[in-house]
Design a protein around this ligand. Structure first.
Ligand code: PEP
Ligand code: MN
Length: 264
Protein backbone atom coordinates (compact mmCIF):
# COMPACT_ATOMS: atom_id res chain seq x y z
CA UNK A 1 0.00 0.00 0.00
CA UNK A 2 1.53 3.34 1.10
CA UNK A 3 5.08 2.00 1.46
CA UNK A 4 4.98 0.40 -1.98
CA UNK A 5 6.51 1.47 -5.27
CA UNK A 6 3.09 1.22 -6.84
CA UNK A 7 1.89 3.99 -4.54
CA UNK A 8 4.94 6.17 -5.14
CA UNK A 9 7.29 5.65 -8.08
CA UNK A 10 10.16 7.95 -7.11
CA UNK A 11 12.40 7.31 -4.08
CA UNK A 12 11.40 9.06 -0.86
CA UNK A 13 14.09 11.14 0.80
CA UNK A 14 14.03 11.83 4.54
CA UNK A 15 15.76 15.06 5.52
CA UNK A 16 17.22 15.67 8.98
CA UNK A 17 18.89 19.11 9.14
CA UNK A 18 21.40 18.89 6.28
CA UNK A 19 21.36 15.09 6.06
CA UNK A 20 19.37 13.41 3.31
CA UNK A 21 18.60 9.72 3.72
CA UNK A 22 17.66 8.08 0.44
CA UNK A 23 19.49 10.52 -1.85
CA UNK A 24 23.06 10.39 -3.13
CA UNK A 25 24.68 10.73 0.28
CA UNK A 26 26.03 7.71 2.19
CA UNK A 27 24.47 8.25 5.61
CA UNK A 28 26.26 6.63 8.52
CA UNK A 29 24.62 6.75 11.95
CA UNK A 30 27.03 5.59 14.64
CA UNK A 31 27.66 5.62 18.35
CA UNK A 32 27.34 3.46 21.42
CA UNK A 33 24.53 1.00 21.98
CA UNK A 34 23.69 2.80 25.23
CA UNK A 35 24.43 6.28 26.56
CA UNK A 36 26.53 5.59 29.66
CA UNK A 37 28.06 8.92 30.70
CA UNK A 38 28.80 12.41 29.44
CA UNK A 39 32.47 11.52 28.87
CA UNK A 40 31.58 8.39 26.90
CA UNK A 41 29.02 10.13 24.67
CA UNK A 42 31.24 13.16 24.07
CA UNK A 43 34.15 10.98 23.06
CA UNK A 44 31.93 8.90 20.77
CA UNK A 45 30.46 12.02 19.14
CA UNK A 46 33.96 13.33 18.42
CA UNK A 47 34.95 10.10 16.68
CA UNK A 48 31.66 9.92 14.75
CA UNK A 49 31.99 13.46 13.44
CA UNK A 50 35.70 13.21 12.72
CA UNK A 51 35.28 10.01 10.71
CA UNK A 52 32.58 11.55 8.50
CA UNK A 53 29.48 9.95 9.97
CA UNK A 54 26.55 12.35 10.14
CA UNK A 55 24.20 11.10 12.85
CA UNK A 56 24.96 10.07 16.44
CA UNK A 57 23.23 7.04 17.89
CA UNK A 58 22.82 6.23 21.58
CA UNK A 59 20.18 4.39 23.56
CA UNK A 60 18.63 6.00 26.63
CA UNK A 61 15.91 3.38 27.04
CA UNK A 62 17.28 -0.11 26.49
CA UNK A 63 14.75 -2.91 25.92
CA UNK A 64 17.03 -5.74 27.04
CA UNK A 65 16.29 -9.40 26.57
CA UNK A 66 16.76 -9.88 30.33
CA UNK A 67 15.14 -7.56 32.90
CA UNK A 68 18.32 -7.89 34.97
CA UNK A 69 20.51 -6.26 32.29
CA UNK A 70 21.28 -2.50 32.26
CA UNK A 71 18.11 -0.72 31.11
CA UNK A 72 19.64 2.63 30.13
CA UNK A 73 20.02 6.06 31.77
CA UNK A 74 16.52 7.04 30.59
CA UNK A 75 15.79 10.78 31.19
CA UNK A 76 19.42 11.51 32.09
CA UNK A 77 20.46 9.80 28.84
CA UNK A 78 18.10 11.99 26.83
CA UNK A 79 19.57 15.10 28.41
CA UNK A 80 23.07 13.97 27.47
CA UNK A 81 21.95 13.31 23.89
CA UNK A 82 20.41 16.77 23.65
CA UNK A 83 23.51 18.46 25.04
CA UNK A 84 25.85 16.48 22.79
CA UNK A 85 23.87 17.14 19.60
CA UNK A 86 24.05 20.85 20.34
CA UNK A 87 27.77 20.80 21.10
CA UNK A 88 28.67 18.81 18.00
CA UNK A 89 25.93 19.86 15.59
CA UNK A 90 25.09 16.20 15.02
CA UNK A 91 21.48 15.01 14.86
CA UNK A 92 20.80 12.13 17.25
CA UNK A 93 18.80 8.93 16.99
CA UNK A 94 17.54 7.01 20.00
CA UNK A 95 15.08 4.21 20.61
CA UNK A 96 11.57 4.88 21.89
CA UNK A 97 10.04 1.88 23.63
CA UNK A 98 6.87 3.35 25.07
CA UNK A 99 4.27 5.45 23.25
CA UNK A 100 3.75 7.45 26.45
CA UNK A 101 7.34 8.76 26.26
CA UNK A 102 7.22 9.84 22.61
CA UNK A 103 5.98 13.44 22.98
CA UNK A 104 8.45 14.12 25.77
CA UNK A 105 11.35 12.56 23.83
CA UNK A 106 10.68 14.69 20.75
CA UNK A 107 12.26 17.65 22.57
CA UNK A 108 15.56 15.82 23.02
CA UNK A 109 16.16 13.82 19.85
CA UNK A 110 15.97 14.16 16.06
CA UNK A 111 15.08 10.62 14.99
CA UNK A 112 13.06 7.95 16.76
CA UNK A 113 14.26 4.38 16.47
CA UNK A 114 11.67 1.62 16.69
CA UNK A 115 13.47 -1.53 17.80
CA UNK A 116 13.20 -4.94 16.25
CA UNK A 117 11.10 -6.18 19.17
CA UNK A 118 8.60 -3.36 18.65
CA UNK A 119 8.18 -3.46 14.88
CA UNK A 120 4.63 -4.73 15.30
CA UNK A 121 3.77 -2.59 18.34
CA UNK A 122 0.94 -0.90 16.49
CA UNK A 123 -0.03 1.54 19.24
CA UNK A 124 3.57 2.79 19.32
CA UNK A 125 3.60 3.10 15.51
CA UNK A 126 0.28 4.93 15.43
CA UNK A 127 1.55 7.37 18.05
CA UNK A 128 4.81 8.00 16.13
CA UNK A 129 2.79 8.46 12.96
CA UNK A 130 1.08 11.43 14.62
CA UNK A 131 4.33 13.05 15.77
CA UNK A 132 5.92 14.37 12.60
CA UNK A 133 9.44 13.25 13.35
CA UNK A 134 11.68 10.92 11.31
CA UNK A 135 11.41 7.27 12.37
CA UNK A 136 13.86 4.45 11.75
CA UNK A 137 11.76 1.29 11.69
CA UNK A 138 13.86 -1.76 12.41
CA UNK A 139 12.82 -5.05 10.93
CA UNK A 140 11.37 -7.50 13.43
CA UNK A 141 13.85 -10.36 13.56
CA UNK A 142 11.14 -12.90 12.83
CA UNK A 143 9.16 -10.79 10.37
CA UNK A 144 8.82 -11.01 6.61
CA UNK A 145 9.48 -8.06 4.32
CA UNK A 146 5.75 -7.77 3.69
CA UNK A 147 5.03 -7.56 7.43
CA UNK A 148 7.77 -4.92 7.72
CA UNK A 149 6.31 -2.79 4.94
CA UNK A 150 2.81 -3.06 6.35
CA UNK A 151 4.17 -1.96 9.74
CA UNK A 152 5.61 1.08 7.92
CA UNK A 153 2.07 1.74 6.64
CA UNK A 154 0.99 2.37 10.25
CA UNK A 155 3.37 5.36 10.33
CA UNK A 156 2.59 6.55 6.81
CA UNK A 157 -1.17 6.26 7.17
CA UNK A 158 -1.10 8.66 10.13
CA UNK A 159 0.58 11.21 7.88
CA UNK A 160 4.21 10.76 8.88
CA UNK A 161 6.13 10.38 5.63
CA UNK A 162 9.57 10.49 7.26
CA UNK A 163 10.06 6.75 7.48
CA UNK A 164 13.44 5.01 7.12
CA UNK A 165 13.61 1.20 7.11
CA UNK A 166 16.44 -0.65 8.87
CA UNK A 167 17.47 -4.23 8.13
CA UNK A 168 19.18 -5.64 11.23
CA UNK A 169 19.24 -9.38 10.69
CA UNK A 170 16.68 -12.12 11.14
CA UNK A 171 16.51 -15.31 13.16
CA UNK A 172 17.54 -18.39 11.22
CA UNK A 173 18.95 -21.80 12.14
CA UNK A 174 22.46 -20.39 11.80
CA UNK A 175 24.03 -19.70 15.18
CA UNK A 176 27.57 -18.60 14.28
CA UNK A 177 26.28 -15.02 14.08
CA UNK A 178 23.79 -13.36 16.44
CA UNK A 179 21.25 -12.98 13.61
CA UNK A 180 21.51 -13.58 9.86
CA UNK A 181 21.82 -10.32 7.95
CA UNK A 182 19.30 -10.58 5.15
CA UNK A 183 21.27 -8.96 2.35
CA UNK A 184 18.51 -9.97 -0.07
CA UNK A 185 16.09 -7.66 1.67
CA UNK A 186 18.06 -4.67 0.31
CA UNK A 187 17.35 -5.18 -3.40
CA UNK A 188 13.88 -6.53 -2.56
CA UNK A 189 12.99 -3.38 -0.60
CA UNK A 190 14.46 -1.19 -3.34
CA UNK A 191 12.29 -2.99 -5.86
CA UNK A 192 9.01 -2.96 -3.95
CA UNK A 193 9.24 0.17 -1.80
CA UNK A 194 10.09 3.86 -2.23
CA UNK A 195 11.30 4.21 1.36
CA UNK A 196 14.96 4.79 2.24
CA UNK A 197 16.78 1.86 3.80
CA UNK A 198 19.71 1.64 6.19
CA UNK A 199 21.40 -1.51 7.47
CA UNK A 200 22.57 -2.32 10.99
CA UNK A 201 25.43 -4.80 10.63
CA UNK A 202 26.24 -4.69 14.37
CA UNK A 203 23.17 -6.44 15.77
CA UNK A 204 23.18 -8.92 12.89
CA UNK A 205 26.82 -9.88 13.31
CA UNK A 206 26.98 -9.85 17.09
CA UNK A 207 30.78 -9.58 16.86
CA UNK A 208 32.91 -6.58 15.91
CA UNK A 209 35.16 -8.61 13.62
CA UNK A 210 32.27 -9.35 11.26
CA UNK A 211 30.83 -5.83 11.12
CA UNK A 212 33.06 -4.27 8.39
CA UNK A 213 32.36 -7.03 5.85
CA UNK A 214 28.59 -6.83 6.40
CA UNK A 215 28.65 -3.02 6.28
CA UNK A 216 30.50 -3.02 2.97
CA UNK A 217 28.22 -5.69 1.52
CA UNK A 218 25.15 -3.66 2.51
CA UNK A 219 26.37 -0.55 0.72
CA UNK A 220 27.41 -2.55 -2.34
CA UNK A 221 23.90 -4.07 -2.38
CA UNK A 222 22.27 -0.63 -2.49
CA UNK A 223 21.51 0.40 1.09
CA UNK A 224 21.27 4.17 1.65
CA UNK A 225 23.21 4.09 4.88
CA UNK A 226 24.29 2.23 7.98
CA UNK A 227 23.55 2.16 11.69
CA UNK A 228 26.71 1.05 13.46
CA UNK A 229 27.66 0.52 17.08
CA UNK A 230 30.94 2.21 17.98
CA UNK A 231 32.22 2.66 21.53
CA UNK A 232 35.24 4.68 22.69
CA UNK A 233 36.35 1.64 24.70
CA UNK A 234 34.35 -1.44 23.66
CA UNK A 235 35.76 -3.65 26.43
CA UNK A 236 34.23 -1.32 29.01
CA UNK A 237 30.84 -0.99 27.29
CA UNK A 238 27.83 -1.70 29.50
CA UNK A 239 25.85 -3.03 26.52
CA UNK A 240 26.86 -4.79 23.28
CA UNK A 241 30.61 -4.20 23.70
CA UNK A 242 31.49 -7.37 21.82
CA UNK A 243 29.84 -6.12 18.63
CA UNK A 244 30.96 -2.49 18.94
CA UNK A 245 33.74 -1.16 16.73
CA UNK A 246 36.66 0.63 18.34
CA UNK A 247 37.30 4.20 17.14
CA UNK A 248 40.22 3.05 14.98
CA UNK A 249 38.25 0.19 13.37
CA UNK A 250 35.39 2.62 12.75
CA UNK A 251 37.67 5.16 11.05
CA UNK A 252 39.10 2.41 8.86
CA UNK A 253 35.63 1.22 7.88
CA UNK A 254 34.53 4.75 6.97
CA UNK A 255 37.54 5.07 4.69
CA UNK A 256 36.90 1.66 3.10
CA UNK A 257 33.23 2.49 2.45
CA UNK A 258 33.95 5.57 0.36
CA UNK A 259 35.00 3.87 -2.90
CA UNK A 260 32.15 1.35 -2.58
CA UNK A 261 29.55 4.08 -2.08
CA UNK A 262 31.00 5.98 -5.04
CA UNK A 263 30.72 2.89 -7.26
CA UNK A 264 27.01 2.14 -6.66
C1 PEP B 1 19.85 -1.28 19.26
O1 PEP B 1 19.92 -0.65 18.19
O2 PEP B 1 20.62 -1.06 20.22
C2 PEP B 1 18.89 -2.40 19.36
C3 PEP B 1 18.41 -2.81 20.54
O3 PEP B 1 18.58 -2.96 18.17
P1 PEP B 1 17.47 -4.07 17.77
O4 PEP B 1 16.15 -3.47 18.11
O5 PEP B 1 17.69 -4.20 16.29
O6 PEP B 1 17.79 -5.32 18.51
MN1 MN C 1 22.81 -2.63 20.79
Amino acid sequence: KLASREFRKQNSVVTINDVQVGGQQLVVMAGPCAVESEAQLTEAAGVVKDAGAVILRGGAFKPRTSPFSFQGLKQAGLELLDKTRQNFGLPVITEVVDAQDAEMMADYVDIFQVGSRNMQNYSLLTCLGKIRRPVVLKRGFACTITEWLTAADYLLSEGNEQVILCERGIRTFEDSTRFSLDISSIPVIKKYSHLPLVVDPSHAAGHYSLVPALAKAAIAAGADGLLIEMHPDPRKALVDGIQSLSPSDFRQLMADLKPIAAAV
